[in-house]
Design a binder for this molecule. Structure first.
Ligand code: DC
Length: 222
């Protein structure tokens, strides 16, 4: 029997990396909900919509076309925006637009429609609490600010991008604050989620831990 797996946690805690690997190993489909809020920010910026204009953002969020391909590409109104969505301006913008109730309502509706059946691994901030409260497995993935900033720093280094460690750390702290203090669906651990602090763990270790947690509950054999 297939199940649904919710992975929530703060920015840069490696949720997408883990979700992608798990999806490959289990032959499940990964839904990156952060990419959807990034699309809202991207389209708003490119349409000159103010990131505090809740009404226009909400209307835009209802009508825009967002498609997530199984190989991890993101298409916004038929345009492949996968790379652009990773820019710092978009990360900051996504954190801003995701505070609004009508933006969230539009995104949650789409996410619930996408994961209507089983066999999905959905990562975000409110998956275990709001989007898929019935998910069989809920993970709350954390890591210290230092280790998250270090991962981003190394990622950038590998891409040949210069970055300032302290600046990355500050940006992550600011986004944590914004995501945990907003009124609408703030980031918080679902009561029935298991928390994994990945600061000192490799990707393989986290993936194996989650797979053994699922196996212990016999979900693979039902
Ligand atoms: O996971 P990410 O960094 O790509 O997410 C970008 C922003 O979108 C993040 O600052 C918080 C927001 N977000 C959210 O509010 N709810 C989600 N389910 C996913 C992301």
């Amino acid at each position: 029997m297939k199940i649904n797996i919710a992975i929530d946690g703060p920015s840069a805690s490696g949720k997408s990396t883990i979700a992608k690997r798990l999806a490959q190993q289990l032959d499940y489909v990964h839904i990156d909900t952060g990419a959807m809020y990034r699309c809202v920010a991207y389209l708003a910026i490119n349409s000159n919509i103010d990131l505090t204009d809740e009404q226009s953002l909400g209307e835009m969020a209802e009508t825009m076309d967002i498609r997530l391909s199984v190989d991890g590409k993101v298409f916004l109104n038929q345009k492949n925006v996968t790379e652009e969505l990773r820019q710092e301006e978009i990360s900051v913008g996504a954190s801003k637009v995701s505070i609004y109730a009508n933006v969230r309502k539009a995104m949650v509706k789409r996410q619930q429609a996408m994961a209507l059946a089983k066999g999905f691994i959905v990562d975000g901030r409110d998956i275990g609490t709001v989007v898929l409260p019935d998910a069989e497995v809920k993970i709350f993935q954390t890591a210290t600010v230092e280790s998250r900033a270090m991962r981003r720093f190394k990622e950038n280094q590998n891409k040949g991008i210069d970055s300032d460690f302290e600046l990355l750390k500050n940006e992550i702290e600011q986004r944590d604050y914004q995501d945990t203090h907003r009124k609408e669906s703030p980031l918080k651990k679902a009561e029935d989620a298991i928390e994994i602090d990945t600061s000192e763990m490799t990707v393989e270790q986290v993936v194996n831990l989650i797979i053994s947690y699922i196996a212990e509950r016999n979900y693979f054999y039902d």
